[in-house]
Ligand binder design. Structure first.
Ligand code: FE2
Length: 258
């Protein structure tokens, strides 16, 4: 399996605190059947700024340490770009890292409580430059949880989405779980990743989520593709044909009982 979203770089952000913890995360990943992890430190979120070049150097350094520790894991550079206004321009200029620094796909995150005005324009700007945004854990955003129609439009625009494994299993709360399951049913989800931040708690573990996703959709092969063939295509920068999503329901009404 491939984990497309992790905070495994030592001391880079709110993920692994030091090299020891990074190596512990790497060992855990391998023990759970993961052979490749993308290091996606937060960037442009107001707390962290990680240029593509810096992530590349940090990833190379971690890869050497992983090999010295005889852990059979490949670590690939990326980033999790907080898509505030102006964020797209930083990706297009190459300053903020795309997946595998390939310039074709980029992991973007929104705030948890809200959506910035102009988010669709930022996404469109990336698409126009032939860079496909992969929206990190949309199921954890409160606005999208109550109105998946917005996400449906982003997917129709050509964006992809990444579900966080622990959202699918219910470990991040009912709101995130319900939304994740709905996304799976509506074919609005494309990749499952760990978004691991540590060696205990939010670790690199995907199989439980794959099993849970398969149960929701009844499609074991499709669920497995979300941690194998699909992320592989994205890391290679190859074109990915987006499955046609089902029309998402309109915004939930607060007056639904009336
Ligand atoms: Fe993350």
């Amino acid at each position: 399996m491939i984990d497309l979203h992790s905070h495994i770089l030592p001391g880079a952000d709110d993920g692994a605190a030091d090299l020891e913890e990074s190596l512990e995360m790497a060992r855990g990943a391998v023990a759970h059947g993961v052979h490749t992890v993308v290091a996606t430190p937060h960037t442009l979120n107001g707390a962290y700024e990680h240029t593509a070049d810096r992530v590349r150097k940090q990833t190379e350094k971690l890869q050497r340490a992983v090999e010295e520790a005889s852990i059979e894991l490949k670590v690939i550079p990326g980033s999790e770009v907080h898509l505030r206004p102006g964020g797209a321009a930083r990706v297009i200029s190459g300053e903020s890292g795309t997946l595998n620094l390939g310039g074709r796909y980029v992991l973007v995150e929104f705030p948890f409580q809200t959506l910035y005005a102009g988010t669709d324009a930022e996404l469109y700007q990336l698409k126009k430059e032939n860079i496909t945004p992969i929206i990190a854990h949309p199921e954890r955003n409160l606005i999208l949880q109550s109105n998946l129609k917005i996400l449906y439009e982003y997917v129709r625009m050509g964006c992809l989405t990444q579900l966080t494994a622990m959202s699918i299993t219910g470990e991040l709360g009912e709101g995130a779980m319900d939304c994740a399951h709905q996304m799976l049913q509506l074919r609005l989800a494309h990749v499952i990743a760990s978004d691991a931040h540590s060696a205990v708690g939010r670790t690199i573990r995907l199989s439980d989520a794959v099993a849970a996703a398969a149960q929701v959709t009844g499609d074991r092969e499709g669920a497995l593709a979300m941690v194998t063939t699909t992320p592989e295509i994205l890391l290679k920068g190859e074109p990915y044909s987006v499955p046609e999503p089902l029309e998402a329901p309109q915004k939930k009404s607060f007056f639904k009982f009336w």
